[in-house]
Structure formats: C-alpha cells, structure tokens
Design a protein around this ligand. Sequence first.
Ligand SMILES: C[S@@+](CC[C@H](N)C(=O)[O-])C[C@H]1O[C@@H](n2cnc3c(N)ncnc32)[C@H](O)[C@@H]1O
Length: 320
Amino acid sequence: MISDGKAVITVEFTREQQTLIYRMTGFARRSLSLSPLQTVALSMAASAARSEVLPVSKSAETIKQMLRPVASGNGTYLLKIWLTNQQKDQLKRITSISHSSLVVAPDEWNPTYNETWPDESNELRIGEKITLVYGKNYRPGSEGVCIIALPSDKSNSNDVFGTGRHPATQLSLELLESSVRRGNRVLDVGTGSGILAVAAARLGASEVLAVDTDPDAVAKARLVVRTNDLEDAIEVKLGSIESADGIYDLLVANIFPHVIISLAPAFRRAISPLGTLLVSGIVSARADDVIKRVSAVGFELVEQRSQDVWQALLFIKTPD
Ligand SMILES: C[S@@+](CC[C@H](N)C(=O)[O-])C[C@H]1O[C@@H](n2cnc3c(N)ncnc32)[C@H](O)[C@@H]1O
C-alpha cells in the first residue's frame, strides 16, 4: 500500500516483499519512504530511459546502473521488488507513469545496529566453552569461558548491538572459539557491546583492541570490559580500522557486507602474515560476493558457517 502524505510517500511492503527483503539484505524492513518530489524525479528518469523500473537511490551513478538493461557484475548491490497491482495503481496516481517494480540500493539504507537487551535472569551457552551471563548472575571464576553481557540499563546505551542472541554474533563467537590461540593479538572492528573482544580475551588473547564508530557502543564496551575485569587485556577506542596502528594475529568484524568489502584492503594491512580474518553479519545472498571481493585483496577462505539467513566467513591472509 502506498500512502501519499503531504511530505512523504510511503510504500508499505506486503509480507512476501518483506520476506524477500530480509532474505536478500538482512533488514527487517516494513516500508520505504520517499518525498513526492524525489519520487516524481526518479519516475521521470525511468521514463526517459524507457524503463518500467522505479530506481531508488541517492546516487546518479547507481540510478544509471539500475536503468541499464544489462546487469553489471561489480556495481552497487541492487534489490528488485515487484510491485503489487495496488502499489502500481497508487504509484501511477502520483507519478502518472506505470512502474512494474522498484529497484533499490539497500546498502544505502541506514543500517541500524540495535538490539533489545534481555532481562537479567537469562544465560546463554554458545559453542563448547562460552556462556553468556546477563547482569547480576555473573560470578567471576565460573566454569568455562564466562562472558558478562550487561542488563538493561536505560542510562547506559541500552540498545547497543551485541547481546549474543543474534546469529551473526553467535557465529562469530563459535569461530573465535576455534581460532583464537593463547597469546594472540586480536582486533575487533565494530565491537558494539564489546562481546567479541571479551570472548577473545577469555579464549587466551593477550592483547585486544576493540574499535567502534558509535560513541554509545564505545561506552557500553568499556563498561562490559570493566565488569569482566579485563581492562589490562582490552583497549576500547572510538573509530574504525584507522585507529589500529599495530599488526594483529586475528581480526574479527561483524558488520554489514558492504562495509566489510570496503574495509578489506585495510584489514589485510592490519593482519600478520598467515593471520586470520573472521567476518560475520553477512546475509547468505551476499556471501559469494563477499568471498570473491575479500579473496581478491589477498585472503583465502578456510571456513564458512551459517545460521538462519546469516553467514560468517574465516579467511587466512595469503602471502604477498
Ligand atoms: C552488528 S554490530 C556488531 C557488534 C558486536 N561485535 C557483535 O558481534 O555482536 C556492528 C557494529 O559495528 C559498528 N560499525 C559500523 N560501521 C563501522 C565501521 N566502519 N567501523 C567500525 N565500526 C563500525 C556499529 O556501530 C556496530 O556497533
């Protein structure tokens, strides 16, 4: 359904369209909003190119790619959503032009890295050794690798990603368990709550640097590190890969695929010869593209794991 408000046109997605979007992007997206002016301009561009597709992007280059009849191999990731008859009719009333589908550039949608935190009574076992303990139940020295993930705390960035319940985090924890070696130096890019940094230290890493571009995440990660009594082993910094000036045995990054692809050359520079790159947060529909583009900058895929629509990939840095 398309509702034509004064300042915004909202395309409400059907259940089938929402399922497709989730499967292809990992976003739980219910609708898409555009301004009427933007919609008419995009529609006119489509009409000039004799295309029935309504292109949705902020970039002129991407719009050209959307309207080009031949699919291009290495361009922006695009998602086609066929419109229902009702959506077509309503859109035509606004633009006067018939469109059969929307093509969107989902990497331009603002990703939100938020999670609702569980209450304090929960515990979660992951892999062979990892137990996530929420809130007051944490007792230092419990059996196995014990991670505290903090309870709901309204005053302290409650929505930061990294409760350990998302498949992308769980896959990362499982692969960390099998790849961290005692004494390793580990870099966690996009640390969120700090959960993977804490896991790496508990699994034997002697030095961990955790970075995140979101100040709320940095505050939460510092709190998690402090609560786990790991301040000597883990440093948390605001920023991204450029904040890391050392060389690491293992780099872990649970971030969306387009971010991983764009940071892959910098990841390679930060990893020691034959070091390990663990990436997660990759929706299965994007995995082949990520493998191809990360391999192209000098990595070899050694393990691929999936859960639900998500995948995590383990690479070894190939020699120069
Ligand atoms: C999916 S969360 C992962 C959190 C945690 N590592 C986990 O596995 O549960 C991704 C995190 O990456 C951060 N982020 C996004 N883009 C980034 C970038 N370019 N550099 C560093 N951090 C980034 C976000 O702020 C967010 O906290």
